[in-house]
Every structure is written in C-alpha cells, then in structure tokens.
Design a protein around this ligand. Structure first.
Ligand SMILES: [Zn+2]
Length: 185
C-alpha cells in the first residue's frame, strides 16, 4: 500500500474546515471564536484578482475567494461552495495566499492592509503571505508546486511593477522575509 498524496480537493476542504468560522460554530465551537478563525466567503471574480483578505477591523477577519460566475448567495456555506469548485487548484492557491496574509497578522508580521504609499511594507507582506501559503500547503501534502510557483511569481511581479520597485529590491525583500519567517517558525 503506497501512500498517495492527498488530492487538491481534500487539501482545499481541509483548509476551509480548519479556518472557516462557520465550520467552527457548526462543530459546536463557542464564541468568541479563536483568532485563527476567519469568515470565508465567495464572490464573483473581478478581472485579475483571485482573492482578498480583510483583517479584523472591529468585525471579524474575512477572506474572499473569487469565482467567475458565482451567483450571489448571502447564505452560502463556504465548504459546500468549495466542494463544488471547477478549478479547485486555482481556488486552493488563492485561499492559501489569503490565509498567508491572515497568518502574518496572527504572528505579528503584518497589518493585512495593502498601502500603495508604503511599497516596501506592502511588498514584504505579499512575499510573506506567499511564503506562509507554501508552508500551509506543504504541511498538508500539496504537490502541485509548478502551478503554485507560476501564480505566486505572476502575482509578485504584478505587485513589483504596480509599486514601482526594482527587481533587486524585491529580491532582497523576499530573502529577508523568508529568513525572518523561517527563524520565527
Ligand atoms: Zn496578497
């Protein structure tokens, strides 16, 4: 009996189960929910965006996963929507990145707020969120690293250009972020 890698869908659903506040409450979890829990919501996709993280701003932290053509449904249960994904790999990578932002905030390494006027800090959080996304997925036996890297590099390149940063600057930021988060554990 070999041990096959868990499927993308299995990993996707396990992340939703572990982090979604609704699943926590359904399983009998009590209020207030632990800080690790987030509201995971689906929305129809705007062009060029896969997801969005909104830190705790007096309400609960929220993650939006964007899906093209998702019909507006305020009562949707995230895990059921995730289970029905036609692009589970793309959505899993998007969710893991937004959870990376969430983990940065939880660990005191970020604000979760993108600020164009603070390009170094903003890029640092993007790089850190991808680093922690990798960690979250690796722990769960994820194997589709080619696609993960393609999407991460594309996203980071878009931020590099949008923030007007030189590639040697972003390279140094990425190395520093990785060293910091590796040391912090
Ligand atoms: Zn991001």
């Amino acid at each position: 009996m070999g041990s096959a890698a868990p499927s993308v869908v299995t990993i996707y659903l396990s992340l939703v189960e572990d982090y979604d506040r609704e699943e926590y409450l359904r399983a009998g979890g009590e209020e207030p929910s632990p800080r690790s829990k987030v509201l995971i919501r689906f929305e129809s996709r705007p062009p060029d965006e896969a997801g969005f993280y909104m830190p705790d701003d007096g309400e609960l932290p929220r993650i939006f996963v964007y899906r093209s053509g998702f019909a507006e449904d305020p009562l949707h249960r995230a895990i059921d929507v995730a289970r029905a994904a036609t692009d589970p790999l793309g959505e899993l990578i998007a969710l893991s990145h937004e959870l990376g932002h969430h983990e940065l905030v939880l660990r005191g390494h970020g604000t979760g707020i993108f600020d164009r006027d603070r390009p170094i800090e903003s890029y640092t959080e993007e790089a850190g969120a991808w680093f922690l996304a990798r960690e979250l997925l690796a722990k769960r036996g994820f194997v589709d690293w080619t696609e993960f890297d393609r999407r991460a590099e594309h996203s980071l390149k878009t931020y590099e250009e949008g923030l007007g940063l030189a590639s040697d600057v972003t390279g140094a930021i990425r190395e520093r972020s990785k060293a910091l988060l590796t040391a912090a554990g």
